[in-house]
Design a protein around this ligand. Structure first.
Ligand code: SF4
Length: 409
């Protein structure tokens, strides 16, 4: 991971963005903003899934009025998304939003842009210049011969110049595209060109799982280069998935502290003694309900499992119809196979409550010996030749020998 690029800091409500602040997660509601209760329900779900900031569209008067009711009841800062109509930006400011997103591709009149910026300046509200390759200003499209990285950055630069005219500097910038290499290049160029915080995203990434992969490819590449101050996954899915993905990506990159469960599981192979996928899913569902900040491993066999997952806080590996429960790689209990998930969840709760040392001390003193006996028995049964290749080679030789014998008759 490269050192994070230093940017200016802005405040979106009480969430700092840029200037060394933790990278924040954003998502957007898909409800009608005018439907205050439905929108607030979704905002609460997004916040619970990891969103630090939530954006709502402000596309009509009823939406602006909805925002006036949503903002005071929201658990996280609210940004109004505005396209085409500058009066909607002014109405959103009147509603008390914590930030605006303007699209320079479709809000084009300098006098209106400056009016919004001056109003935002007076109210201390930041604006995101949200450039989008798909809705780039037609003049720039023509001038640069398409939605190139240079054209996207120029769009942001032109908007910044209008803001400068009214001494408004509380700005973050995004230069999104649905094409991942284009998005990466545009952000790299934006990072060299501006010291404003950058909001990262691959726009219109699409449904799962492809959308998740595209968005992660773009966002993670830039974050690893030290670029990016706040992120949004744009998925064609329940927005809770966006918030969850954003949060998990930041945790995986070590950019945010773990807030919830991190379930690791082996991919399974010929050695697996259980249905790893089924057990991992059952464990994930049960553990997610508890929302414990813990890393848990589900491993398909006791031969390699505990060793491979020794860094996990807690794990379980299967073997000879039993589950070997381990904490930081040390076996603490051996349980029947059909009690594996139950035992894992119970131990996870106790581990979070009591800590590693206490739970290691409370372990079954005979567990390590039982586990080693299982392991040795499996080794003896399976050896390293999971595919039984030697037997197969002998069978092939026998079969071919018979065939050759038959054809020479
Ligand atoms: S832990 Fe065991 S079952 Fe899982 S991938 Fe490794 S060797 Fe295969």
């Amino acid at each position: 991971m490269a050192e994070r690029r230093r940017t200016r800091q802005i405040m979106v409500g009480d969430v700092p963005v840029g200037g060394g602040a933790p990278v924040s997660v954003q998502s957007m509601t898909v409800t009608k903003t005018a439907d205050v209760d439905a929108t607030l329900t979704q905002i609460y779900a997004l916040a619970a899934a990891g969103a630090d900031i939530v954006r709502c569209t402000c596309n009509e008067q009823a939406a602006a009025e909805g925002l006036a009711r949503i903002v005071p009841r929201s658990p996280v800062p609210i940004v109004a998304d505005v396209h085409f109509h500058h009066e909607m930006a002014l109405a959103a400011l009147e509603a008390g939003v914590h930030g605006l997103r303007l699209n320079p591709g479709n809000l084009r009149k300098p006098v209106e842009i400056k009016q919004i910026a001056a109003e935002a300046r007076d109210r201390g509200v930041p604006i995101r210049i949200g450039v989008n390759a798909g809705s780039l200003h037609p003049d720039l499209y023509k001038r640069f011969g398409g939605a190139t990285p240079e054209a996207l950055v120029e769009s942001a630069r032109l908007e910044l110049a209008y803001f400068d005219e009214v001494a408004f500097h509380d700005v973050k910038i995004s230069v999104k595209a649905s094409n991942v290499p284009l998005m990466i290049q545009a952000y790299r160029l934006a990072s060299e060109s501006f010291d404003h915080p950058l909001h990262l995203g691959v726009t219109e990434a699409g449904p799962l799982p492809g959308g998740l992969i595209k968005a992660t490819a773009g966002i993670a590449t830039l974050l690893a280069e030290g670029i990016g101050d706040t992120i949004r996954y744009s998925l064609t899915a329940d927005p809770v998935e966006e918030a969850r993905a954003g949060r998990q990506l930041l945790e995986a990159l070590g950019l945010r502290e773990r807030k919830g469960l991190d379930l690791i599981a082996c991919p399974s192979c010929g050695r697996a003694e259980i249905d790893v996928i089924g057990v991992a899913k059952a464990a994930q569902a049960a553990l997610e309900e508890k929302n414990l900040p813990i890393q848990v491993a589900v491993m398909g066999c006791v031969v390699n499992g505990p060793g491979e997952a020794r860094e996990a806080d807690l794990g379980i590996a299967a073997g000879r119809h039993r589950g070997h429960l381990f904490i930081k790689g040390q076996i603490v209990r051996v349980v029947p196979e059909d009690e594996m998930v139950e035992a894992l969840v119970a131990e996870a709760e106790q581990l979070v409550a009591e800590g590693v040392e206490a739970r290691l001390a409370a372990g079954d003193a005979t567990a390590a010996a039982q586990a080693e006996a299982d392991r040795q028995a499996l080794f003896a049964e399976q050896g390293n030749d999971v595919n039984a290749s030697e037997e197969k080679v002998q069978l092939i030789r026998k079969t071919l020998g018979q065939e050759r014998g038959a054809s020479s008759d």
